[in-house]
Design a protein around this ligand. Structure first.
Ligand code: SAH
Ligand code: SF4
Length: 369
């Protein structure tokens, strides 16, 4: 992996424990005279037991406990609100230290649940159909803030219906923030920690090609790509990132992406009536994906106020699926969940106050041609 960045600290200079890798935590504990066993207990306290406070942690000597209390922080986020939709989907709103609101969505299944998490505050990529795009990019989340969405959701809901799947499909473009996202995927999949299966942690991207390559080399996570169009002309218009990394470059990266046995890339395709849902789109899509181990998730567009785009009928979505399947493309329809609490995909992001803080970020966005 590339050189580790210095660990994130809060405004009081306290280290954010969930921003540390297991090795980095062990080094931090070692530097304060603690044993590797104490570091393992702290790690388990953070992730197995999801403690909000380490003061009671057994098996850690009092001096190390005092230094933990003085020098370290357990939770990086504060839960602000939980809203529940009629179908049981819950939107979790978190507050960051600097007052920004970010969101995760808990989608219960029969026995297990999926958590959809955010990687940035807003998004810079400017996709035409996406509500989050309207916020612009207001900042990157830190590793600790990304991991904490999962820890706090598990603390709240985990035991009844364990969260077994995590998807980076909330606010933000995760591969526009790879330095925080990639370490977070390691913590999520750590067998001594949150212990998610790497087949069940999915990073979804609009198509930032160099970062896709980095993800393949450096992260255990699965890859999902929001394709959403079958020609460069339509994709340029829907997703400005395509002007920098057009279809040929993106599909090349998918062909090269390292896959474990039986793993497949997820191709997300938001169906927009009259724009990307025509018969020739089906033909082209099957052609583009030939030879790529993938499955397609069709998502009917979720309309939002102010968007002129339209959602195709359910019958049309079914027909699109059937036609793709006839051409040998594994295809599923992703149901829209949690509409009522505005918790559906691409509907994350409430308008921030005019004076909402912006985080500093060193790199200009990559989405412009
Ligand atoms: N930035 C990443 C992940 C967040 S978006 C990405 O673009 O992949 C998660 C998914 O929601 C993407 O597949 C995106 O295409 C989809 N999406 C965005 N707005 C939508 C909308 N209004 N209706 C349906 N899906 C939408
Ligand atoms: Fe950002 Fe994804 Fe929305 Fe595009 S679809 S603006 S990349 S969050």
């Amino acid at each position: 992996m590339g050189g580790e960045r210095p660990p994130a600290r809060d405004a009081d200079g306290r280290i954010l424990l969930k921003g540390l890798s297991r090795e980095a935590l062990r080094a931090w504990v070692d530097a304060r005279g603690g044993s590797p066993q104490a570091a393992a207990r702290i790690w388990a306290g953070l992730y197995r037991h999801r403690l909000a406070d380490l003061a009671e942690l057994p098996g850690v000597d009092p001096e190390l406990r005092r230094r933990l209390a003085d020098e370290a922080r357990v939770d990086a986020l504060t839960l602000d609100e939980v809203r529940e939709a009629a179908d049981g989907t819950r939107k979790l709103v978190f507050r960051t230290d600097d007052g920004a609101l970010i969101e995760s969505v808990l989608i219960p299944g029969d026995r297990r649940a999926t958590l959809c998490i955010s990687s940035q505050i807003g998004c810079a990529m400017g996709c035409h159909f996406c509500l989050t795009a309207k916020l612009g990019l207001r900042g990157d989340l830190s590793t600790a803030e990304i991991v904490d969405q999962v820890v706090i959701a598990r603390r709240l809901f985990g035991d009844a219906r364990p969260i077994s799947n995590v998807v980076f499909m909330g606010m933000g473009e995760p591969l526009h923030n790879p330095d925080a996202v990639i370490p977070a995927t390691h913590t999520l999949c750590d067998p001594e920690g949150l212990d998610l299966s790497s087949r069940r942690v999915t990073v979804s991207t609009s198509g930032l090609v160099p970062a896709i390559e980095r993800l393949g080399a450096e992260s255990p996570a699965r890859l999902a790509v929001s394709l959403n169009a079958t020609t460069d002309a339509v994709r340029d218009w829907l997703m400005p990132v395509n002007r920098k990394y057009p279809l040929a470059a993106l599909l090349g990266a998918l062909r090269r992406f390292p896959l474990r046995a039986r793993d497949r890339i997820v191709i997300e395709y938001v169906l927009l009536a009259g724009i990307n849902d025509q018969a020739d789109d089906i033909e082209r899509l099957a052609g583009l994906l030939r030879g790529i181990a993938c499955k397609v998730n069709l998502i009917a567009f979720n309309p939002h106020p102010g968007s002129e785009l339209r959602r195709p009928s359910d019958a049309h979505v079914l027909e699109f699926q059937a036609e793709l399947r006839r051409r040998g493309v594994a295809t599923a329809i992703r149901r829209t969940r949690g509409d009522e609490a505005m918790a559906a995909c691409g509907q994350l992001g409430r308008a921030p106050a005019a004076d909402a803080p912006r985080r500093r970020r060193s790199l200009p966005i990559a989405a412009t041609p």
